[in-house]
Design a protein around this ligand. Structure first.
Ligand SMILES: [Fe+2]
Length: 372
């Protein structure tokens, strides 16, 4: 008998031009807001000015923490948490891609519970309720606006680690596709491939159920159709909005199931060669899926092949958008395969639990060799 458990914590507004309309809702969650973001996009795009103006007009006090790096690490979070506590902020508004949203969620936990984010990795109960989090996603890939995950780089252990709790699912997320207008095409495609990977990995996860699969399938369909169109028509906002929607829906699937090993193997490329998260997944996904089709996942793959045809086509799908489709394409040399394998073993530790069979180091190495 089918068994379903599916929680959806976030309130989502998906509306072009809706930013100023929904930002005032933050009043219901806090009196002093910490706006968490990266260093440049939010200011250059004029987004910070618009949000700050709307908050001021509604009498909401706010300050900025713009110290989040593209792959946020424990220091980025700990600094933000100290600022948040010192300033007495009681709500987080994270504006940006996965980096800002994940850092914002982690700051929400650490600022009230104390210590360093290092003490909060994994699935756990927090002594004190994390601060409420609002998000305004500005990329179309992470799905972080609806998930219970926050992924943070741990430089000491040379891997990415995850905070996982329903308590950090954002309370309200505002998806206004106008914010994608100035996002470079390369980032639309790379973050879109992150979303594609979320949908596809979610579908294969051992934790998938009928509902999560429905979301996963729908997101894959949207992204399979519209990502190549975004490559051909980079200015078309209707197409970008479809990718935004695909990313949101993939996030809902991901929130239930987590990822499988594509993400964990992709981490090794980010750690070793600073490869963008979405690009790293785009490189690894075709090789992982080909391998899984031959090794235990034939039935699941044939369901997915109803959407994308033969799994062998995935490489062409990635390369056709001008994204790197081999390890060489992201600067890896053959001599690094062993080190990348070790990093992949660490990186897949958590997601291996979502596989229906455990994979050995030698199998991960085989996949990396194919991708070379
Ligand atoms: Fe991701």
């Amino acid at each position: 008998m089918e068994h379903i458990y599916f929680g959806m914590g976030a309130k989502v507004y998906f509306e072009r031009g809706g930013l100023e309309k929904y930002i005032p809702e933050v009043k219901n969650y806090g009196k002093k807001i910490l706006i968490v973001s990266g260093k440049t996009f939010i200011f250059k795009s004029g987004l910070y000015g618009r949000i700050s103006k709307t908050l001021s007009e509604n009498g909401v006090e706010h300050i900025s923490y713009s110290g989040v790096n593209p792959e946020p690490d424990t220091d980025d979070v700990d600094r933000g948490a100290r600022l948040c506590a010192k300033e007495g902020c009681d709500c987080i508004l994270a504006v940006g891609g996965g980096s800002a949203m994940d850092a914002g969620k982690a700051i929400a936990v650490v600022s009230v519970n104390g210590g360093s984010v290092r003490g909060y990795f994994g699935e756990m109960e927090y002594a004190k309720e994390p601060l409420p989090v609002f998000t305004v996603p500005t990329t179309c890939g992470t799905g972080s606006e609806v998930t219970r995950f926050a992924v943070i780089v741990d430089r000491l252990e040379k891997t990415k680690k995850t905070l996982s709790s329903e308590k950090i699912i954002p309370k309200v997320s505002i998806l206004d596709s106008n914010v994608l207008k100035t996002l470079p095409q390369k980032l639309i495609l790379a973050t879109g491939m992150d979303a594609f990977s979320h949908g596809a990995e979610s579908f294969l996860s051992a934790r998938a159920d009928a509902l999560s699969k429905m979301f996963a399938r729908e997101s894959i369909k949207l992204l399979w159709e519209y990502l190549p169109q975004a490559y051909r028509e980079p200015e078309n906002i209707e197409i970008k909005e479809k990718i935004f929607l695909g990313s949101l829906i993939a996030g809902l699937a991901l929130n239930k199931t987590g990822t499988i090993i594509v993400h964990g193997m992709g981490y090794s490329l980010t750690i070793k060669h600073n490869v963008h998260h979405g690009t790293a997944n785009a490189v690894m996904l075709p090789y992982v899926f080909e391998y899984l089709k031959e090794n235990g996942y034939a039935a699941e793959m044939s369901e997915l092949e109803e959407i994308w045809g033969d799994t062998g086509k995935l490489k062409g799908f990635v390369a056709g958008m001008g994204l790197p489709s081999t390890l060489g394409g992201v600067g890896v040399i053959r001599e690094e395969i062993d080190e990348l394998t070790d990093l992949s073993v660490v990186g897949t530790k958590r997601s291996m639990k979502n596989m229906k069979m455990k994979m050995e180091r030698s199998e991960l190495k085989k996949i990396l060799e194919r991708a070379m």
